[in-house]
Design a protein around this ligand. Structure first.
Ligand code: CTP
Ligand code: MG
Length: 470
């Protein structure tokens, strides 16, 4: 996998396949081509009289893009040592990785492709390029590039990410792990449901089931949080909403990520979850958290004690819920009796959200899973080591259908944040790039991914995520 964003300098003689390779994996805006710029300032791509002007422009475009931290693919012969080292220095100044793609296409193939062209390069010129390419290849190793990658057998445009085969019977939720071994749960925190909330929710849940998600989680807040939307956008009460989804013909596991312990006495959450579990035949889970947003508590008259006390309540809540779900009615936790019917249909998993030191300790001791952001995975894995508690992540990536779609989304969603910063923060990328990242998380020991996308507007957006789940 190539670094991204990065400076990518193509090196190779005419007909080596440089432009074709670049076009197959980068957006046209990302490719700065001397031939294309000859066409812009001259009579066409092979107007050699326009070379000086074209390279003037090329240097300015490269500098401007690198200065903004944007991926820049320099499509020239790449055989000019001084130009190459200047681009490398510009990438270094911009703190971008810099790589060379060296096209070691067999000379005979270059000649053949050159002959086929409308305006072939004279044979003498191509011979000179081939000689120079040989000399350059040794120079490259000494110039200080982060990587010099060789392309010898690049024969065809890579196919796009594999799609889920059609006509496959839907696996039961228990079997729903990706080939990388991960369970994916669609995390829904925004509800742009227009005039028909129930229709929108139904369509999202059905699409999640069809796409291969193992479950669906709802955010639990009283006012839409500023990180996700505006205060006047709908944020429904999740346990009621899950009741609607429970009535659909899906195999999705259903729950919250996360329910703050401050909102309801733990027995009331246990009751809702047990009911959901009973009516879904054992598909409920509970995400729990300490709560963090003072404003929503104040607005609803809900007490918001200091953090230490909220964490005390997390411990009590987990013990209380487990006691109410367990057989028998004897006194337990802080309760004089634990009479709770209906009984849940299975052991309801509790997932504790948050990456604070004490939160992770509580999670390792009492929860079935902890949930952290991808940057906090190492700490979470260390905290649960030697226990049965698993580690899940809440991931909020930008996922485009292809590279162009990815960057269109970045541009639409970034607000006033610098594009390269936003793309990095949201791990913006194609399904293939996301899978690469998830593969690494799975290798490190992550069990489940709660996947939230900020541009979840309808079922098509859920379908867009299906290549990640295979
Ligand atoms: N080509 C091909 N199969 C490939 C790569 C290239 O058939 N795997 C063809 C292209 O369609 C084109 C020719 O080979 O007609 C040259 O490829 P191109 O990418 O244009 O080569 P460049 O290295 O960019 O050549 P130049 O330096 O002249 O721009
Ligand atoms: Mg070219």
């Amino acid at each position: 996998m190539l670094p991204d964003p990065a400076l990518v300098v193509l090196v190779g003689p005419s007909g080596a396949g440089k432009s074709t390779w670049a076009a197959s994996r980068y957006r046209s805006e990302e490719i700065v081509s001397s031939d294309a710029l000859r066409g812009v300032v001259g009579s066409g791509p092979s107007d050699l009289d326009a070379s000086a002007d074209a390279f003037d422009l090329l240097e300015r475009i490269v500098a401007a893009r690198l200065g903004r931290g944007l991926t820049t693919v320099v499509d020239t012969l790449g055989l000019d040592d001084s130009r190459r080292t200047a681009w490398l220095a510009a990438a270094r100044a911009a703190h971008l990785p810099a790589v060379v793609m060296r096209f070691d296409t067999p000379p005979e193939l270059c000649r053949e492709r050159n002959r086929q062209r409308d305006r072939p390069v004279p044979a003498q010129v191509l011979a000179g390029q081939l000689r120079k390419a040989g000399v350059t290849s040794t120079a490259l190793d000494l110039e200080g590039w982060d990587a010099v990658l060789r392309i010898t057998d690049w024969g065809r445009v890579p196919e796009s990410a594999p799609q889920r085969p059609l006509g496959l019977t839907t696996p039961s939720a228990a079997e729903r792990r990706s080939s990388q071994g991960l369970r994916f749960v669609l995390q829904v925190g925004r509800f742009p449901w227009g005039e028909d909330p129930a229709a929108w929710l139904t369509a999202i849940a059905r699409a999640a089931d069809d796409a291969g998600f193992a479950g669906l989680a709802l955010m639990d807040h009283l006012i839409q949080i500023p990180q996700v939307g505006r205060a006047w956008e709908p944020i429904p009460e999740p346990w009621v909403t899950l009741g609607l989804l429970a009535g659909l013909d899906t195999r999705l596991e259903l729950g919250t990520l996360v329910t703050p312990v401050t909102f309801r006495p733990p027995g009331i959450t246990a009751k809702a979850a047990a009911t959901l579990d009973a009516v879904t035949g054992g598909r409920a889970f509970v995400g729990l958290g300490a709560g963090w947003w003072e404003r929503e508590h104040a607005a609803y008259g809900v007490p918001f004690p200091p953090a230490g006390q909220r964490l005390d309540r997390v411990e009590v809540a987990i013990e209380t819920m487990r006691a109410l779900w367990a057989p028998g009615t004897k006194a337990a936790a802080e309760l004089p009796e634990t009479t709770s019917y209906p009984r849940p249909a299975h052991d309801i998993p509790i997932i504790l959200g948050g990456a604070g030191e004490r939160t992770l300790r509580i999670g390792a001791r009492l929860a079935d899973a902890v949930n952290v952001r991808t940057e906090q995975v190492d700490r979470a894995l260390a905290a649960v080591q030697g226990t049965d508690t698993t580690v899940s992540v809440l991931d909020l990536p930008i996922v485009g259908r292809d590279r162009d779609d990815t960057w269109t989304r970045v541009e639409r969603l970034r607000g006033s944040t610098k594009a390269s910063t936003y793309a990095e923060r949201t791990h913006a990328g194609t399904p293939a790039e996301q899978r690469d990242r998830y593969g690494r998380l799975a290798e490190r020991g992550v069990d489940a991914v709660f996947l939230a996308i900020s541009d979840l507007d309808g079922p098509d957006d859920v379908e867009r995520l299906s290549p990640l789940l295979t």
